[in-house]
Design a protein. Structure first.
Length: 366
């Protein structure tokens, strides 16, 4: 038996066994490596008689091709099995139901802020913002608040230092002060944002949202204030008519001051805004006090104006039938999924402020 046939038969027999990849690579090295058996046979070609060289070379190439093909097939089979096993372990079970697609919702407070901003922008108001952490001057003194006023007490206000110089703002009126100090009249702004007071129950929270409006110009009077608020209330509640009354009140920063009530009735256990003989307070307002103008570097002999403050959370509760203020801050997705709004439903006066069904509008009486 020739050396070539002996080598071929020996390794063909080995390759019939169930070998792993390392064992097959070792056989490949033993045969075709630098000093492998087949490689050594090729080195002998020069020493073989010319009459036998052709047959020797033909037999050697045939053995080489047969062994290489078998080794290649063995390696391919092993790699295929490895890939199939990996795919088996990682396959997707198409019999499982798909995961639910959850779409986020706009919080009612954010929606109402957008609605308010949209309404007032239609009559020339711009939106101004300010810091949540304020100094005592902007929050109280500049707004004509006496030193002994109850609002300055620690049980009403969150102070941040012992000297009571820094605090969490109790209203967004400091934005009005900052705007007037840093600019020149006329001013026509609204200031929505977070405010803080030491209070918590079903209708009050330590952190709540408020929007305040300010219009300073020459020859501004109460009739301008009434017309502005009448327009806003009708647009916000999306009603054609509104019953509204001004009750005399007192605020340090306005004179005269008033609280605004709107008419409503109870129908099917819901509050219907704009009709009926009952009254509901929704905001405070008045003509800006001359002292506030002086403290803000505005000449009260040349300029006058009105201001108003509205609780955003309260408006959201009234319009969208939400009974408990605390639910605004509980991060309950089920609640938000019901009361929330489509992110693409941007409120405008032309397309409508909201796309809620009428049966959702109106505060339920519980």
């Amino acid at each position: 038996m020739s050396d070539i046939k002996k080598i071929k038969d020996e390794f063909l027999s080995k390759l019939k066994d169930n070998l792993n990849l390392d064992q097959i690579n070792q056989i490949k090295t033993d045969l075709f490596g630098k000093n492998g058996l087949i490689s050594s046979q090729f080195k002998r070609l020069g020493s073989i008689e010319s009459s036998e060289r052709k047959k020797f070379a033909s037999d050697l190439n045939f053995a080489k091709d047969e062994l290489q093909n078998l080794i290649g097939k063995k390696i391919q089979d092993i790699e295929t099995k490895k890939i199939n096993k990996k795919l088996e372990n990682e396959k997707v079970d198409i019999t499982l139901s798909e995961r639910p697609f959850v779409c986020g919702k706009i919080h009612p407070v954010s929606q109402v802020i957008d609605e308010i901003s949209s309404i007032f922008s239609e009559i020339g108001f711009s939106v101004e913002e300010g810091p949540d952490i304020e100094n005592e001057y902007n929050n109280f003194t500049a707004l004509n608040t006496p030193d002994n006023h109850p609002a300055r007490d620690m049980h009403d206000t969150f102070y941040l230092d012992q000297k009571k110089e820094l605090l969490l703002r109790t209203h967004t009126s400091p934005v009005q002060i900052r705007t007037m100090i840093n600019g020149k009249p006329p001013f026509k702004i609204i200031a929505p944002g977070r405010t803080y007071r030491s209070d918590s129950d079903q209708t009050h929270a330590p952190m709540f949202h408020q929007v305040e409006g300010l219009h300073i110009d020459q020859n501004i009077n109460m009739s301008h204030l009434k017309g502005c608020l009448n327009y806003f209330i009708k647009e916000f509640f999306e009603v054609d008519k509104i019953k509204m009354r001004f009750r005399p009140s007192h605020f340090p920063f306005t004179e005269p001051s008033a609280e605004v009530d709107i008419g409503y009735k109870i129908e099917n256990n819901k509050i219907i805004i704009g009709e009926g003989d009952k009254w509901l307070e929704i905001l405070g307002c008045g003509m800006v006090h001359p002292n506030v103008l002086k403290n803000s570097k505005v000449d009260p002999n040349k300029f006058q104006g009105f201001a108003f403050g509205i609780g955003i959370d309260r408006l959201a509760m009234l319009k969208y039938g939400i009974n408990d203020l605390r639910s605004f801050f509980e991060c309950d997705y089920r609640w938000l999924n019901y009361y929330g709004f489509d992110p693409l439903d941007v409120p405008t006066n032309y397309r409508g402020l909201s796309k809620w069904n009428l049966h959702k509008i109106g505060l339920k009486i519980i």
